[in-house]
Design a protein around this ligand. Structure first.
Ligand code: TXA
Ligand code: MG
Length: 542
C-alpha cells in the first residue's frame, strides 16, 4: 500500500481527502498536540481490527475515541458525571482522556472487551476538523509499532507505518510530546491511570482527590493488573536496555558519569551535556523545564536506534508537574530498572601515597568520573589563614609558632617531628578544625576524592568509605620527582626515604592502585578503570 502524505497548508481539499479515508474505513495518521495517532472509524470493527494489525498491538488493549468537542460525549457514553463536563470545560481540547461508561454503539473490539470507553478531544484544529467532516469518532492509539517510542512528528510515524496505512496528515511537530493523561471517572475517587500531558496537580485543583494507579510508578503486582491495560506492556523501549537514574540532577549526573562505559549512551539534562560529550547522547532540555523534557523524551529514546550503543543511562526529573509523565515514559522504557542517586550514600574515597607515585594522575582520573576532589592540604592552609580558633589552639599547645598570622612551619616542625605525642596532639587539633570545612565542601556530592597525604595520621581515613594507596616502585618515583621538581637523585632519594614505606599504606588502605607505567597517560587510563570498577562495586552493594 502506498501511504499518502497530506499537507493541510495546501488547502481544504487535503482535509477533505483525509476525512474520506476515515469514512471509507481506512487507516489515517493524525497529528495531535500529544503524539501522532493511528486513526480509523471507531464504530467500524474491520477498520479497528486493521489498527491492531498495523501496530502489532494485543487485542485486549483498548483504543481511545477522539471527538471534536464535548457535545459528542452523550453519543458514546452513558451516565456521564458532572465531573466529566467540568473537566472537559477546563481542559478540552487538550491532553486529557476520560474513562466513562460506554454505550453499546461502541464496538467491544474498540474497547478491548471493556464496558468502559476512553474519550478525548485533541488540541489540533486539523484533526478536529477531520473528525467533524468524517462524522464519526476516531479511534487512535499512538502511531508507533507496539512497544516502540510514540511518534512526535510525521516522519517518526512514517518510520514505523509507511506502506501500512492509507495516509498521514503532516500537522508539524507535536507541541506536548507525551500522550494524554488518562483519568478513570467510573470509580470514586477518580483514578489516574496514566500520567501525561496534563499534570496531576491540575486535575486535583479542579476536582479534588484523585488516586493514582500503582502501575504508574511500576508497583503493580501480578495479581492486581493495571486498570489501563496498555500500562502492563513494556513500552517506548529503544533496542538497547535503559537504566533510569533519579535524584538531584547533580547526583544522577555524577552517578552516570562514574559508571557509563565508552560504548554506552546517555540521556541527560542540557546542563550536563558537556560532562557526557564523548558519549552518544541525547539532551532532554533543561533540568528545570519539564515541558521541554516532555517534548523531547520520545525523540531522545528513538534516536538511539540508529546508533550502536549497548546500554542507555537516563537522567530523570522528579514527579512534580509534567515530570511524572516524563519519568513514567523513561521508566517504562527501562522496564522500571531505576536507580535513585539520592538514596545512595555519599562515596568518600581517601587517596594517599608517597610523593612521585602518581596520586595526582589518579585524582584526575577520579575527577573525570564525576568525583569532586578536595585537596586537604589546601583546606589546611586556608583554615590557617582564616580560622583564628585553629591558630589559637595551635599556639596554646605549641607556643608562639605564628608570625603575623603566618605559620612558621620550621618552628612547629621542630616541636612535633621529634615527639610522636606532640604530633598526635597537632593532628587532633587540625582535624577538629578541618573536618567541618571538608564536610561543607563535600556536601551534596555523590562521589568525593579526599587528597590527603596524612590520610591516616590526620584521622580523615575514618570518614572515608574506601581508602586507596597509590604506590609505585622506588626507582620510578625517584626519576619522576627529579624531573618534576628539578632536584638531584640524592635529594630525591632522601625525600622518599623520609616518607612512609609502601607496607605502611598496604596495611592500612582498603585498596591499592599500583602505578607501574612509564607514561602518565597510561597510568591515568588504568586509574580510570580502577575507579570505575570500585564505584560500580560499591554502588552495586547498596
Ligand atoms: O495522547 C494520546 O492519548 C494518544 C493520542 C494519539 O491521542 N493516544 C494514545 O493511545 O496514547 P494509546 O492507545 O497508545 O494509549 C491508550 C491507553 C492504553 O494504555 C489503553 O490501555 C488505555 O489508554 N485505555 C483506553 N481505553 C481504556 C479503558 N476503557 N479503560 C482503561 N484504559 C483504557
Ligand atoms: Mg501508545
Amino acid at each position: 500500500m502506498k501511504t499518502r502524505v497530506f499537507h493541510p497548508e495546501n488547502g481544504e481539499n487535503e482535509i477533505k481527502e483525509a476525512a474520506r479515508i476515515i469514512r471509507d474505513g481506512g487507516l489515517l495518521g493524525i497529528p495531535t498536540e500529544t503524539v501522532y495517532g493511528l486513526g480509523a472509524n471507531a464504530l467500524d470493527e474491520t477498520a479497528v481490527l486493521h489498527i491492531f494489525q498495523a501496530k502489532g498491538r494485543p487485542q485486549d488493549n483498548p483504543l481511545i475515541l477522539h471527538v471534536p468537542d464535548e457535545s459528542w460525549l452523550e453519543r458514546y457514553c452513558e451516565e456521564v458525571p458532572e465531573t466529566a463536563y467540568l473537566l472537559a470545560e477546563k481542559f478540552w481540547p487538550g491532553p486529557l482522556t476520560m474513562i466513562l461508561r460506554g454505550k453499546d454503539i461502541v464496538p467491544r473490539r474498540t474497547t478491548g472487551g471493556l464496558s468502559t470507553v476512553g474519550v478525548r478531544c485533541p488540541d489540533h484544529p486539523v484533526t478536529r476538523e477531520i473528525i467533524r467532516q468524517a462524522g464519526v469518532p476516531v479511534a487512535a492509539p499512538s502511531g508507533n509499532t507496539s512497544g516502540r517510542p510514540s511518534p512526535t512528528s510525521a516522519a517518526d510515524m512514517l518510520e514505523d507505518m509507511d506502506g501500512k496505512i492509507d495516509g498521514i496528515v503532516d500537522g508539524g511537530a507535536c507541541r506536548v510530546g507525551v500522550e494524554s493523561t488518562i483519568i478513570d471517572l467510573t470509580v470514586t475517587p477518580p483514578q489516574l491511570l496514566r500520567p501525561g500531558g496534563l499534570p496531576l496537580e491540575a486535575l486535583r485543583q479542579v476536582i479534588g482527590e484523585v488516586s493514582v494507579d500503582k502501575a504508574v510508578t511500576g508497583n503493580a503486582s501480578p495479581d492486581a493488573p493495571p486498570r489501563a491495560p496498555g500500562m502492563k506492556y513494556r513500552h517506548y523501549a529503544p533496542h538497547a536496555p535503559v537504566t533510569v537514574v533519579t535524584g538531584q540532577p547533580e547526583r544522577s549526573a555524577a552517578y552516570i558519569q562514574a559508571v557509563v562505559q565508552p560504548e554506552e549512551g546517555v540521556i541527560c539534562f542540557e546542563e550536563f551535556r558537556e560532562k557526557f560529550e564523548p558519549h552518544t547522547l541525547q539532551s532532554l532540555g533543561s533540568a528545570e523545564d519539564t515541558a521541554q523534557q516532555a517534548h523531547r523524551v520520545f525523540d531522545a529514546l528513538r534516536r538511539f536506534d540508529s546508533t550502536d550503543v549497548t546500554h542507555i543511562y537516563a537522567q530523570c526529573p522528579d514527579d512534580a508537574g509534567l515530570g511524572l509523565a516524563v519519568g513514567n515514559r523513561l521508566k517504562k522504557a527501562a522496564g522500571f530498572h531505576v536507580i535513585n542517586a539520592d538514596a545512595l550514600p555519599d562515596l568518600v574515597i581517601g587517596l594517599t601515597g608517597g610523593t612521585g607515585s602518581g596520586k595526582t594522575s589518579a585524582l584526575c582520573a577520579l575527577e573525570r568520573l564525576g568525583g569532586h576532589i578536595i585537596d586537604c592540604d589546601a583546606v589546611y592552609h586556608r583554615e590557617l589563614a582564616a580560622n583564628a580558633a585553629l591558630r589559637r589552639d595551635i599556639t596554646r599547645a605549641f607556643g608562639d609558632v605564628f608570625c603575623n598570622k603566618k605559620l612558621d612551619r620550621q618552628k612547629l616542625g621542630q616541636v612535633v617531628f621529634s615527639d610522636p605525642d606532640a604530633l598526635g596532639r597537632l593532628n587532633d587539633i587540625v582535624n577538629f578544625h578541618l573536618l567541618p570545612s571538608i564536610r561543607r565542601e563535600a556536601e551534596g556530592h555523590l562521589i568525593v576524592g579526599l587528597d590527603a597525604i596524612n590520610l591516616f595520621e590526620s584521622g580523615l581515613a575514618a570518614h572515608c568509605r574506601e581508602t586507596v594507596a597509590v604506590l609505585a616502585p622506588a626507582e620510578q618515583r625517584v626519576k619522576r620527582i627529579m624531573q618534576r621538581d628539578g632536584i638531584s637523585e640524592a635529594y630525591a632519594k632522601l625525600r622518599i626515604g623520609a616518607q612512609q614505606p609502601d607496607e605502611y599504606y598496604r596495611l592500612r588502605c582498603s585498596r591499592v592502585l599500583e602505578n607501574r607505567h612509564d607514561t602518565a597517560a597510561e597510568f591515568s587510563a588504568q586509574a580510570e578503570i580502577f575507579f570505575r570498577e570500585l564505584i560500580q562495586e560499591v554502588f552495586d552493594h547498596e
